[in-house]
Design a protein around this ligand. Structure first.
Ligand SMILES: [Zn+2]
Length: 280
């Protein structure tokens, strides 16, 4: 059923690409992270992920010569549809909001592509489902055996303690987290732990979409350089412009949220603290 064309998963019978990194006429996009989601003429995905992707790279399509607007073919979780003899179903991957696994059932059997997924319940993603199938293709970012993560509640407690201690010390805690997924987990953990929060613009934009999709988050404010008083924790994407070491005379203390901090050779800590909050 499935083949690899141009280093990309492709289902010829359905003329459907899977998480293609090159623009295609029609591709299924499992979730909004940039190593899976790119613009295509038609994107097959969940409604929540469509909103996320639209905010990240939607085409306006108004200028002469610009590419046409993306057509969003959305399917709610567990509402199958048919293409010829094949039945397709999206179902939750529990990785970030709207992240979808794909089940295809047809004459040659059943197939599941997971994309990034997480079995442990996240604070801000749907509950993962596992479906029976003949062939399973899993994405295993932390597949090597030494990646054994501490319980999420333990990491959450340590994050809140770090933020509280830092604020009580007259310093500013900064949590570096991808603006989609990891940042909302951090917001839920810190906000529910009583930590006031200020968000970078890109984190704010994604968080608003989460709430629009019915995923509640604790209160937060959008960062504004002029009015920021240093009395709250910052949630900041790692790719954003570097922060100064002091803001209004207050030292910043940085924490990264990454599963890579478990070790294994690729992670080089440059922050004061690292929390193995993953895999989302
Ligand atoms: Zn991802």
């Amino acid at each position: 059923m499935i083949s690899i064309r141009e280093k990309t998963l492709y289902i010829a019978e359905l003329d459907l690409w899977i998480d293609s990194m090159r623009s295609r006429s029609r591709s299924y996009v499992s979730h909004g992270h940039a190593d899976h989601a790119r613009p295509h003429d038609v994107i097959v995905t969940s409604p929540a992920n469509a909103l996320i992707c639209e905010a990240r790279f939607g085409r306006k399509g108004t200028r002469a010569g610009s590419r046409p607007q993306i057509v969003w073919e959305t399917h709610a979780f567990n509402e199958p549809w048919f293409i010829g003899e094949h039945r397709l179903t999206l179902f939750p991957a529990g990785h970030v909001l709207g992240s979808a696994q794909l089940l295809i059932e047809g004459p040659s059997g059943s197939f599941v592509y997971t994309g990034d997924f997480k079995l442990e319940q996240a604070f801000t993603a749907e509950t993962t489902e596992v479906k029976r199938c003949d062939t399973l293709l899993m994405e295993c970012t932390y597949g090597r055996p030494h990646f054994a993560f501490p319980p999420r509640a333990e990491i959450a407690g340590n994050m809140v303690a770090f933020a509280r201690d830092t604020l009580e010390n007259g310093e500013i805690p900064v949590f570096f987290a991808y603006s989609l997924g990891k940042a909302q987990e951090a917001i839920a953990i810190l906000g529910n732990g009583g930590i006031p929060l200020t968000l970078h613009q890109s984190v704010f934009t994604m968080s608003e979409i989460y709430q629009q999709c019915g995923m509640p988050l604790p209160p937060y404010r959008k960062h504004d350089e002029a009015s920021f008083d240093g009395e709250s924790a910052l949630v900041w994407p790692p790719s954003a412009k570097r922060l100064p070491e002091h803001i209004d005379g207050k030292r910043i203390r940085t924490a990264s949220l990454t599963g890579w901090s478990i070790g294994g050779g690729v992670y080089r800590p440059r922050k004061d603290q690292a929390f193995a909050l993953s895999p989302c």
